[in-house]
Design a binder for this molecule. Structure first.
Ligand SMILES: Cc1cc2nc3c(=O)[nH]c(=O)nc-3n(C[C@H](O)[C@H](O)[C@H](O)COP(=O)(O)O)c2cc1C
Length: 442
């Protein structure tokens, strides 16, 4: 006799859902963990869970066509002799040549330059394409030291010491052999075609005191001209920000768990780090506690997609933001026009994340010369510039509606939260109340 109720349809488990079952079978069949690019795919509290209040009788809005709303930002005002001034606070995040094709790096440089913002090198050194086409170029100093040399430090406009990334705080980089072409191998002093894993921590220091010495060394090499950023993954933002300030940073770059990567273990991307939304207030608190808010600038990244996201990050206290994934989409990543080829790779436009394999139909995350040639860096740069312009205008529109004549004048008071989680993380009131979790009473 069957005990199954014939009137109940078969039920699948929420714990063992189809994706989980498929991953168990894949792991069982191959014995290797899943590596992929992009950021977390799970839903975590994000900027979507916040809304702007706008102005009405109690607040006075600014007129869009006549009243100015400034979007400029100056980075590196603490110690650098030559701080950087950008027309928009939306910067392009560090993405390595190696992960990306030369044409993709050139497109990022072109787009950022038209928009009046900066772009950033990555784990793999500085290419001539990128230096040549980027008016303002930030040079990453990474645990791997790939492509690191004093000449390029001096050719940069700022230096970003990468301690960690939001997609993998505590983890190192990965570049699989299929993307290690002659040129990439040469720039990284690596054998061609062999999988490369870069270090998860810098060999030059073990803590903030040694980091301070390293920063002094970098300042000496560059004659105290360049702003020095420290990039951390969103893990313990209060203490990491405080220690970065202590070590002498001009700028702190804080990358939340939605932050993209070129290649890492899926288990890492999905299970390590804190959502971007949860990282900002503790970092700003650390800066305020040290009397350094707006003196040491804060750049926030991880899942920024629109002018609304930019404005929300700034209202929570950021000075600027950085975008990686969205910039790649703007230049042509995951474009449905390549759908037939995505299907051949077993995926679809919008879901393609095997960036480590080097088979990108859009010619962006590849070193294959034929695929890379598909990306026209001039046209792609123009698309990026358009996108940056739209985001800047969107952020400006919101700021004016909140009565602000500079994006930096946005503040937590301009926001409300849609969920308890977002209210607690962003420390802004739940919509319709003046309360957020952790704040006592009314
Ligand atoms: C293709 C790709 C390559 C990346 N390479 C680097 C890198 O070399 N160094 C680094 O610090 N971060 C790297 N990142 C992370 C970005 O700098 C940035 O933190 C992240 O993309 C921001 O999140 P978003 O993609 O949601 O905008 C990479 C990201 C992507 C998508």
């Amino acid at each position: 006799m069957s005990y199954h109720n014939p009137h109940t349809p078969p039920r699948k488990s929420a714990t063992f859902d189809d994706a989980t079952l498929a991953e168990i079978r894949r792991a069982a069949a191959t014995g290797i963990y899943d590596i992929r690019g992009a950021g977390t795919k799970r839903k975590v509290p994000h900027f979507d869970d916040l809304l702007f209040l706008g102005a009405s009788i109690s607040r006075y809005p600014l007129e869009g066509y006549r009243e100015k709303c400034d979007t400029t930002v100056t980075l590196g005002t603490r110690f650098a002799k030559k701080p950087i001034t950008l027309k928009t606070p939306i910067t392009i995040a560090g993405m390595s040549f190696g992960a990306l094709s030369g044409n993709a790096k050139e497109a990022l440089g072109r787009g950022a330059t038209i928009a009046g913002t900066s772009t950033t090198t990555g784990d793999g050194g500085m290419t001539d394409e990128e230096r040549g086409h980027s008016q303002t170029l930030v040079y990453q100093y990474l645990p791997s030291r790939y492509g690191m040399n004093p000449k390029d430090l001096r050719r940069a406009d700022a230096i970003e010491i990468v301690v960690g990334q939001g997609a993998k705080p505590g983890g190192g980089g990965m570049l699989l052999g299929q993307k290690i072409s002659d040129r990439v191998a040469n720039m990284r002093n690596l054998p061609k075609g062999i999988d490369q894993r870069s270090a998860c921590r810098h060999p030059d220091w073990t803590g903030p005191d040694d980091l301070e010495i390293k920063i002094l060394e970098l300042r000496e090499i560059t004659d105290w001209e360049k702003p020095i950023y420290i990039k951390v993954g969103g893990a313990r933002p209060y203490y990491d920000t405080a220690l970065a300030v202590k070590a002498g940073a001009d700028v702190v770059v804080l990358d939340g768990m939605q932050g993209g990567t070129a290649a890492t273990q899926d288990v890492f991307i999905e299970n390590v780090g804190m959502p971007t939304l949860a990282c900002i207030r503790p970092a700003v608190q650390a800066l305020q506690d040290l009397g350094m808010h707006r003196k040491v600038q804060l750049i926030v990244s991880g899942g920024i997609r629109s002018g609304a996201d930019v404005a929300k990050a700034m209202a929570l206290g950021a000075d600027a933001v950085a975008i990686g994934t969205a910039a790649l989409v703007a230049i042509g990543d995951n474009d449905p026009k390549w759908e037939a080829e995505y299907q051949k790779l077993g995926t679809t436009a919008g879901a393609y994340d095997d960036w480590h394999e080097g088979k990108d139909p859009a010619g962006i995350t590849t070193q294959d010369p034929e695929l890379a040639a598909r990306l026209d860096p001039v046209a792609a740069g123009r698309r990026l510039a358009n996108y940056l312009k739209v985001m800047t205008l969107e952020a400006q529109t919101i700021a004016r509606a909140c009565g602000k004549n500079h994006l930096h004048n946005l503040e937590p008071e301009d926001l409300c939260a849609l969920t308890m989680e977002a209210a607690a993380m962003a420390q802004v009131p739940l919509a319709g109340t003046s309360w957020y979790p952790g704040k006592a009473g009314f």
